[in-house]
Design a binder for this molecule. Structure first.
Ligand code: 5RP
Length: 223
């Protein structure tokens, strides 16, 4: 199976975690796009969705799924989203689609994070994938130096030769050269640096379940 086919398979497999009659948390990315397509087939059986990005909101609405503001819903049973990397404990790197801050907010208001990913995302240690960090632009160079002190190289993510601007109006740093052996300690430390809006390590909001698309079928990893 191609990577795209694996994404389709796990996107469909995630339907079994969708609570009937409720609002579901929906992430961002190419794997989630497959899930959104699948979700549309049962749109009459759910109340709607809370979305983690403008891009997912547009897709959900285009398929006739009602999108609630996060403030309209106190708690969600599940949040379904992809990952750039996931380790053996369910900790993840996320933010390849620049939506990490809203993703963490919706994950935090959900009881269970269901990760959908193809097998290329499974790693022993987080950090091979460049770590996305959403930042306030005026703090850029200071945060670049902070990552350099940890052995990382941080660069501003560009779009059409200019800094990419997130849904929250901020910038993204992508950090290479890190080996994140204690994701919770790393997330806690970086999160408190002034100017960091959010760090793309998801250890506090780690996955409860990962549906991993493999050539042998969908593996369910419980953490
Ligand atoms: C977006 C994300 C995505 O979940 C992550 O980048 C995986 O995306 P894809 O399913 O396209 O591989 O964190 O901010």
């Amino acid at each position: 199976m191609t990577q795209d086919e694996l994404k389709t398979v796990v996107g469909r497999a995630a339907l079994r975690y969708v609570p009937l009659g409720e609002v579901v948390g929906v992430g961002t990315g190419s794997t989630v796009n497959k899930f959104i397509e699948a979700l549309a087939t049962m749109k009459d059986q759910i109340r709607g969705a809370v979305s983690s990005s403008e891009a997912s909101t547009d897709r959900l609405r285009a398929l006739g799924i009602r999108v609630f503001d996060a403030n309209e819903v106190e708690e969600l049973a599940v949040y379904i989203d992809g990952a750039d990397e996931i380790d053996g404990q369910g900790c993840m790197i996320k933010g390849g689609g620049a939506a990490l801050t809203r993703e963490k907010i919706v994950a935090a208001q959900s009881r269970r994070f269901i990760c959908i990913a193809d097998e290329s995302k499974k790693v022993e240690v987080l950090g091979k994938y460049p770590l996305p960090v959403e930042i306030i632009p005026m703090a850029t160079q200071r945060i670049v130096r902070k990552f350099a002190a940890l052995g990382g190289t941080a660069t501003v993510r560009l779009r059409y030769d200019n800094p990419l601007v997130t849904d929250n109006g901020q910038h993204i740093l992508d950090v290479t050269g890190l080996s994140i052996r204690d994701p919770l300690a790393f997330e806690t430390e970086v999160k408190q640096w002034p100017g960091v809006v959010e760090v793309g390590v998801f250890a506090q909001q780690k996955a409860a379940v990962c549906l991993l698309g493999t050539s042998g079928g969908v593996q369910t990893l419980n953490f």
